[in-house]
Design a protein around this ligand. Structure first.
Ligand code: FAD
Length: 648
């Protein structure tokens, strides 16, 4: 059986690709008796050697500007630089890329690796796929996985046939693997005639087209690999989360940057790192370790009737009857902590439950109608409703439990199947030239109403936490070094900075850096600068961030041109930054086409990033003799003259 293995490499920034790879690894061993060796892509040459691998599957996301995630950058460089076009000619591969179509570099990391593998001689054994977070990753991943397993088995079979494995053994193995038939557990439970979930309208608890369906195809039931107990203990002392990869900092200032009447308040934060050697540059972002809301944790503890055990110590070990190859005690939960601590600091209790968890919930639910509806939501037939009512509405685990009151999952299930709470990124808006012991950033306060299946009002996890912590609180931070979002080396390169809302943050850092450089570097003359800032807000009187600072930079000639858009001001002609870009199209096109300007775009992606790109393409088309504008835009990106620092 040793031969039935493949290499599963993942590149993950937020943990999503890792979770998907681990899920695939579990399915491989539990349902197909195939061993998946799962490694971070950067473990290349340490844990695995490309020359020795026959089958490789890559699951990877991309970061904002199409770069690889942090744990895939070494692999990325290695593959891109490789000159030997036969290096991978022995290898079969496929790629599952995760991305977001709001980014013009959608799935760039996966796509580039896919192309390079082909160029280096590898053969795709199954079509690569690009899952889009803008519409729901599962929309692509689910059907892709359905075809993936048979293709993998077929490839393994062929590989084994061509080696010395005896045909008899092989046939036996294939029979065991049930090559052609996927495991399709089905159920026959229907909603009872007294169905309390019946309603006139489709919603999270009812869908007319599914309620009559007698047979549903459910995901296979995941097995537990962890054994989790709660021990009454007086020894457990919860403390500040620790992680050797992070630095400790102190919250020293928090201010509201917007007027009381602003629709979306924006706050600014200043942190003081404890260590001198905390390094950052303008253009970098900072990673913040945050915590879940205390009230939300209490609601969850109450709903699960665990309140009286909240301070008990968690004892986590690998279950004696575990069969999962990827089973590991989660490193993100300290060995000595309370249940409350784990739910507050370690686990993403806000995440929408994946289908495998909903499937497990079915067995912890006593009410027949609730069971049936949970089955519908996790079934293949219910994919659309799962996306529509759970993923798109961002229902949390607590929302689901509130909708299904007879569902009583145990602690182990939630701890094992919910993802870790991940740190959040913020673009740094200060320069180390000002003070290396001061890091500033800004954030929008996010609020989500109790609507469309959400059973309670909530705020963004990290931004809410940042709003609530007291001055003096210790915060774990890490620099996220920007690969390309940097000031150019030459002063006279025109800079076109486009940053609506909090997207202005890195440009405040840039301008401050230029200003301080002009004061400290001999020969640095601000008159040589060509700095253009396109800023957008809702209402200039209410939420013009950094207004005074920006005006000061204008007065002292560090900022040469400022263009402001205001989306909620009647009679103001420029609603969005792209309106201002269009209005200045002639000059901007000249700067880009004739003077090698660098364009920086920063902010919340939604529609802005795509619209800005289209507008830039439009003004270039109108004001130059470029014939193939798509090619030209791509060349701007590849030559790092169109740079993005964006988030959703
Ligand atoms: P979360 O709890 O994570 O919730 C926000 C998320 O919930 C959104 O991503 C959205 O997908 C989702 N959501 C949407 N609608 C709903 C709903 N109805 N109910 C529940 N959830 C919903 N942000 C800034 O403000 N300033 C910055 O300078 C900044 N810089 C960044 C730089 C980088 C490189 C990156 C990757 C991100 C940056 N962000 C910035 C975004 C920031 O990291 C966080 O995503 C943001 O602050 C929200 O975090 P949160 O924990 O408060 O919200």
């Amino acid at each position: 059986m040793k031969r039935w293995r493949f290499l599963l490499g993942f590149g993950s920034e937020t943990g999503q690709s890792k979770a998907i790879a681990q899920g695939m690894g579990d399915i491989a061993s539990e349902q197909h008796q195939i061993c998946a060796d799962i490694f971070e892509l950067d473990e290349v040459d340490k844990q695995f050697k490309l020359e020795e691998e026959s089958i490789m599957v890559i699951v990877t996301s991309s970061t904002g500007d199409g770069e690889p995630p942090g744990n895939a950058s070494k692999f990325w460089r290695k593959i891109r630089r490789e000159k030997n076009s036969k290096l991978l000619s022995h290898m079969k591969y496929t790629v599952l890329g995760l991305g977001d179509t709001n980014y013009s570099t959608f799935c760039n990391c996966g796509r580039v690796l896919d192309r390079r593998f082909e160029e280096l001689g590898a053969t795709r054994f199954y079509p690569s796929a690009w899952a889009d977070d803008a519409v729901g990753l599962d929309l692509t991943i689910e059907p892709w996985l359905q075809g993936f397993w048979p293709a993998l088995k077929e490839t393994l079979t062929k590989l084994n046939t061509s080696t010395e494995t005896s045909i008899n053994n092989l046939t036996e193995s294939i029979n065991q693997l049930n090559l052609t038939q996927e495991i399709k557990p089905t159920v026959n439970r229907q909603l009872s005639s007294s169905n309390k979930f019946k309603s006139n309208q489709d919603n999270i608890t009812y869908s007319s087209n599914l309620s009559e369906m007698t047979t549903l195809t459910l995901p296979p039931k995941s097995t537990h690999s962890l054994s989790i107990k709660l021990i009454e203990s007086s020894e457990v002392k919860d403390h500040l989360p620790t992680d050797p990869h992070y630095h400790v900092s102190t919250l020293i200032r928090r201010e509201c940057l917007t007027h009381d009447t602003a629709i979306k308040p924006v706050m600014s934060i200043e942190l003081e790192p404890s260590e001198e050697e905390f390094l950052f540059e303008v253009g970098d972002a900072i990673k913040i370790v945050c915590a879940n809301d205390e009230n939300e944790v209490n609601l969850l503890l109450k709903r699960l009737e665990w309140m009286d055990r909240a301070s008990h110590q968690l004892d986590i070990c690998i279950s004696p009857d575990n069969t999962k190859k990827s089973a590991k005690i989660p490193t993100y939960i300290p060995s000595m902590c309370s249940l409350r601590y784990a739910l507050t600091n370690c686990i993403d209790i806000r995440s929408s439950p994946r289908k495998n968890l909903l499937r497990l919930f079915v067995d912890c639910t006593t009410d027949e109608d609730e069971k049936r509806r949970l089955e519908e939501l996790c079934s293949r037939e219910g994919s659309d409703i799962y996306i529509k009512y759970i993923l798109e509405e961002h229902l949390s685990i607590l929302d689901i439990l509130n909708h299904f009151p007879s569902c009583k999952p145990d602690i182990a299930m939630l701890i094992e199947f919910l993802p870790p709470l991940i740190p959040r990124f913020y673009s740094i808006c200060s320069s180390p030239l000002d003070d290396v012991r001061s890091i500033k950033f800004v954030y929008s306060v996010l609020k989500f109403d109790a609507l469309n299946g959400r059973t309670y009002e909530r705020f963004g996890v990290c931004t809410n936490w940042l709003n609530k912590i007291t001055i003096g609180t210790k915060i774990l931070i890490q620099t996220r070094i920007s690969q390309h979002f940097r000031l150019p080396l030459t002063l006279d390169t025109p800079l076109i900075m486009i940053g609506p809302g909090t997207g202005v943050a890195p440009f405040i850092g840039f301008l401050e850096h230029l200003y301080l450089s002009s004061k400290s570097i001999a020969g640095f003359d601000v008159n040589n600068l060509h700095t253009w800032l396109f800023y957008g807000c809702r209402h200039r009187q209410h939420d013009f961030l950094f207004e005074e600072q920006i005006q000061m930079y204008q007065q002292i000639n560090v900022l040469k041109h400022l263009f402001v858009a205001a989306s909620r001001e009647e009679d103001y002609p420029f609603r969005y930054v792209q309106d201002q870009i269009k209005a200045n199209g002639h000059e901007l096109a000249n700067l880009i086409y004739n003077r090698n300007a660098i364009i920086y775009v920063c902010g919340d992606i939604k529609t802005m990033v795509r619209d800005v790109r289209e507008t830039i393409a439009h003004i270039l088309k109108e004001n130059s003799d470029i014939t193939n504008i798509d090619e030209y835009m791509k060349s701007l990106e590849t030559s790092r003259r169109y740079l993005l620092d964006i988030w959703s």
